[in-house]
Design a protein around this ligand. Structure first.
Ligand code: F6P
Length: 340
């Protein structure tokens, strides 16, 4: 049996660990053969392949990015199920492992409904997919953001400045919540919780009055209570979604003007998606990659692997789609006790 693997959507640390685990497990236990599709769905519809055997995946779990490349291509814009079926048949490929986020899994669900043999592995640093407690890449992003905030605190302390750290998180604030809490931020601003500038300034002022250099963690998708949409000045992405980024720079002068405290903002951006995955992410990604092979063996087409507690489980694509895993009110209230 031959299995095609592709990584699609925004990359994240741990993708290579999934690829390695699937290829190792599949070839070692079941004599499966593998082929890699380059640049996500793009490589599938263009039949752009690379050989994928044990020599190609040796030692790659510690490597960031994806050895296959990724893109935000939608296969339904390039021939859809007919083209996918044709390419798979011509290449003798019997099943696919699609590793990706919501967009990738939505395309996989449609293809599966049309009879393509496909299983999914969820990934996103944002950790916003329902049906799984954690996606790999999230832990690494939180660690990078925490390290950055620790550094911002020492320079903030040196100058008595307010430091704003903007992290990723388009629709949900998990990265901001976890890294902000880990770094002891004086306010954590997330997309799920619109907040007034007066409230933000009151937290900043309270920290300053105790002699601290205030630190604010803000997710890119955060909105002030006066804003309808998230801050975006860089047009649209391939899916027509606004490119986010810049809310920290937007807030900093407002804080400085109202409180008279020198304020600086740093946007971490794609730094959070790059580099070596943490041990936690490597282990989760490896377990996902191994479980994907079990799904293929069990012919569980249209399903994906997920983490429930510490158990790897298998769930239908539909469980992960259509509903985001937002930060629940009680998790925000818990963090908020420590603001100011
Ligand atoms: O979905 C993950 C994510 O990193 C978001 O947090 C961010 O808004 C988006 O991807 C950035 O996408 P791109 O790499 O296409 O700019």
């Amino acid at each position: 049996m031959s299995v095609g693997i592709l990584t699609s959507g925004g990359d994240c640390p741990g993708l290579n660990a999934v690829i390695r685990a699937s290829v190792f497990t599949g070839s070692k236990l079941y004599d499966l053969e593998f082929v890699g599709y380059r640049w996500g769905w793009k490589g599938l519809v263009e039949n752009d392949t690379v050989p994928l055997g044990r020599p190609q995946v040796m030692g790659i779990s510690k490597q960031g990015g994806t050895i296959l490349g990724s893109s935000r291509t939608n296969p339904f814009d390039f021939g859809g199920v007919e083209r996918v079926r044709q390419v798979m048949e011509e290449g003798g490929v019997d099943a696919l492992i699609a590793i990706g986020g919501e967009g990738t899994l939505a395309a996989a669900q449609r293809l599966s409904a049309e009879g393509i043999h496909i299983v999914g592995v969820p990934k996103t640093i944002d950790n916003d997919l329902s049906a799984t407690d954690y996606t790999f890449g999230f832990d690494t992003a939180v660690q990078i953001a925490t390290d950055a905030m620790d550094r911002l605190r020492t320079t903030g302390d040196s100058h008595g400045r307010c430091m704003v750290a903007e992290v990723m998180g388009r629709h949900v604030g998990w990265i901001a919540l976890h890294s902000g809490m880990a770094a002891g931020a004086h306010a954590i601003l997330i997309p799920e919780q619109k907040t007034s500038i007066d409230q933000i300034c009151s937290w900043v002022d309270s920290a300053r009055s105790r002699g601290r250099a205030p630190l604010i963690a803000v997710a890119e998708g955060f909105k002030l209570d006066t804003m309808d949409d998230a801050h975006s000045e860089r047009g649209l992405d391939a899916f027509g979604r606004p490119r986010l980024g810049g809310i920290g720079e937007y807030l900093a002068p407002m804080i400085e003007e109202r409180l008279g405290i020198e304020t600086r903002s740093t946007t971490l951006g794609h730094i959070q998606r790059g580099g070596t995955p943490t041990a936690y992410d490597r282990v989760l990604a490896t377990r996902y990659g191994m479980a994907a092979i079990e799904m293929i063996r069990e012919e569980r087409w249209g399903e994906m692997v997920a983490l429930h507690g510490t158990d790897i489980v298998k769930v239908p694509f539909s469980d992960a789609l259509g509903k985001l895993k937002t930060v629940p009110q009680d998790r925000y209230d818990e963090a908020r006790v420590l603001f100011g």
